[in-house]
Design a protein around this ligand. Sequence first.
Ligand code: SF4
Ligand code: SF4
Length: 381
Amino acid sequence: MSVYSAGGTSRYITESVNRFDQKNEFFKRARWDSSLKDEAERFYGTVCPRDKQGYKLKDLALRDAAWYIEDAFGHGCRIHNQGMLSWETLSKEQRCIPADLRLDTTDAKATSQDVKRVAILFGASLVGITELNRTWIYSHTYDALTHEHKEFDLPGEYRYAIVLAFQMDYNLVRTSPTWLAQATEGVEYSRMPFTTSMLAQFIRNLGYKAIPSANDTAISIPLAVDAGLGELGRNGLLITKKFGPRVRIAKVFTNLHLKPDNPIEFGAMQFCSICKKCADNCPRQAISSGERSTKPHNISNAENQLKWPVNAERCFSFWSNNEGSCMNCVRSCPFNKPHGRIHDSVRWLIARTRLLDSTFVKIDDLLRYDRKVLSDYWAGE
Ligand code: SF4
Ligand code: SF4
């Protein structure tokens, strides 16, 4: 159970939570669960272009190119401590800074500001810090390539998680579930090893330890909630104040003494109890339109958490059929909208009163913000 804040993840933890086995995370499960064999083969297998806007050769080429850095050098969707996400610092020959130098960091607030400034310079859109709640570290790891499954822990000296959110392109997300939408997802997954490895190296250069991490090592969303980046939504995703769920999350673990941020609340979780747009726009009814529940759908849901559990089996069956991912539950979320006077005013009101929630949902419906919009990304088509 979170002991690090009054808000944050303690808002939805009901009892003590067992650490989650990475083998049961759905993308790992699809690699070993024989009941998912056909769907997994379609999802992970060769994909051919279709004669349909958003699914043509250029769309597919863009999507796969966007994932290139993650697939070739990052491996953060596969397993920890590989490629650019290595836990090792550069060798003595590769560094110009003497190894025995160490920055005096008695002012944790100033150090945290420096770290955040560097994270933004290196490509993060949002940065928060939390004292690491070890509940969110995987109990076991599962290598999607070698199928190696083993007990896991992170050394206790890594007391802090710097959590980074990367915003995805609004117009491309609006094309979900096409392959065009997946290009912006791939870009941000490729940005993760780039940004987190450089941030980790910056911290190592100050004389401290740091581990860069994408989807590996620990569950990102609760860490992001505790680090003050947002709230947990009905769609099972982090809802940030600035970009809604239109983000991807990575983190850096460190022993550098930092000042944790407070979790934030801006009405998102309450708004979700009225708004069901993600559930309505899900092609497989994988998102609950009822009340929050502690009851898991299957082994891919964590237990003892009062939230809207997403049925990953249904979700994946659509992804398989689509031969690619889907972001309808991001696209349709009213918090997804870009910065602007009207949208910012609505966000401001949602943070202060519950009285207008259903009106805002109706206006959003009326203006069809949730609909799929196929952008003219490729001019001339
Ligand atoms: S990704 Fe698509 S299929 Fe999966 S839960 Fe979201 S809307 Fe449903
Ligand atoms: S679409 Fe509505 S219900 Fe779903 S996460 Fe967004 S605000 Fe919550």
